[in-house]
Write a protein that binds this ligand. Structure first.
Ligand SMILES: Cc1cc2nc3c(=O)[nH]c(=O)nc-3n(C[C@H](O)[C@H](O)[C@H](O)COP(=O)(O)OP(=O)(O)OC[C@H]3O[C@@H](n4cnc5c(N)ncnc54)[C@H](O)[C@@H]3O)c2cc1C
Length: 321
């Protein structure tokens, strides 16, 4: 039995990069847990009166067009950000959506060997633009984008494993609110959310998930901290290590045909997860493997092999960037 999910038909591309709508910032606040070396904000945008109003689903994303031009003199391109709000938006009516931008701040690291000594400050264009905006500021928005990384139409028909790293938590904020705070009452399915972050101060929306866990015995919140030692990190370093360590406890859940897996976050995070599932004979629910990989121990699958030769099934939703 495969028990594939029925995914809702959603609207896409109502506002294109050539014809974006103008939204208004209504809120911008830090959403890390404490004093963190990264800056991640919760930003809400009012889309009232535009074709985008009421048309976003948790799991979709929208585009932001930063003003100005790139170094070649072309207008900046659109960047995508995940919707962090539930279907009913931040305002209860789907007019205000939110997202979770992380400032891209680094030292310049040249791809070109000839620029070897370049190391000045590198600031991502759109993430810093979006994080700098204040309530009342206008912003150009496109979308919606994405039609697969969505909750199924019948919430009760499935159980859920949500795996997030960093801002990959954004869609799960909206999805968990839909599952537990919708007008039809809380969903009775089993929901596990695993959040990976380097330090506990980098946890995002931690208070919300802590509250949901307290209020709903079927919601399980797992924090996986990679660079700290101590009790919080006793069970594993990265998300896939954590799952591997917990596999006996959760084997029935992972093998159950009701379970859907959603993976969102850093590009490549699926590699360790697929290797771990394959090595534990739990992969077939979530991905198909090209014959080229037959006979190779899943732990030896390379990044490239996984990206090209391992395909998620309809029970595995993958959004990495
Ligand atoms: C579906 C989807 C959903 C997303 N959701 C979110 C979200 O919810 N939150 C979020 O924060 N982001 C999200 N992103 C990522 C987002 O779209 C942007 O890519 C991110 O904000 C960086 O954009 P930027 O304009 O700030 O950086 P840019 O100015 O575009 O810079 C990034 C580029 O510069 C290069 N670069 C990076 N670091 C350096 C360096 N040190 N030296 C030299 N070059 C470098 C990179 O190769 C990259 O191509 C999502 C992406 C996708 C595809």
């Amino acid at each position: 039995m495969t028990n594939d999910p029925k995914i809702p038909d959603v609207q896409m591309h109502l506002a294109t990069p050539a014809e974006p709508v103008t939204g208004t910032i209504v809120l911008s606040e830090l959403c890390t847990k404490g004093k963190s070396s990264s800056f991640v904000r919760h930003v809400s945008i009012d889309l009232s009166g535009t074709p985008l109003e009421g048309n976003f689903w948790a799991g979709q994303s929208f585009g932001i067009i930063p003003p100005g031009e790139d170094e070649k003199g072309r207008p900046h391109k659109v960047r995508l950000y995940s919707v962090a709000s539930p279907r009913w938006g931040e305002d209860g009516q789907g007019k205000v959506i939110s997202t979770t931008p992380k400032r891209l701040i680094d030292e310049y690291s040249p791809a070109d060997e000839e620029e070897d000594d370049r190391h000045e400050l590198f600031l991502g264009v759109c993430s810093n633009y979006l994080c700098d905006l204040k309530p009342g500021d206008k912003v150009k928005v496109t979308g919606p984008s994405g039609k697969r990384f969505l909750l199924p139409t019948d919430h009760e028909a499935h159980d859920y494993l949500f795996l997030a790293t960093g801002t990959g938590i954004a869609p799960f904020r909206g999805m968990c609110m839909e599952l537990f705070e919708g007008k039809n009452g809380p969903c009775k399915s089993q929901v596990h959310l695993v959040m990976g972050a380097p330090y506990s101060t980098d946890l995002l929306y931690d208070d919300l998930f802590e509250r949901l866990e307290k209020d709903h015995p079927n919601f399980h919140y797992h924090r996986v901290i990679s660079r700290e030692t101590g009790p919080v990190n006793a069970k594993g370093r990265y998300v896939h290590h954590y799952l591997d360590n917990q596999i006996q406890q959760h084997r029935d859940f992972l093998a159950n045909p009701r379970t859907l897996m959603y993976i969102c976050g850093l590009a490549g995070m699926q590699v360790g997860i697929f290797q771990m599932l394959g090595a534990n004979q739990l992969g077939e629910n979530y991905f198909t493997v090209h014959e080229e990989l037959e006979g190779i121990d899943p732990k030896d699958w390379t990044d490239q092999q996984i990206k090209r030769r391992v395909r998620p099934t309809r029970r595995c939703m993958l959004e990495v960037y």
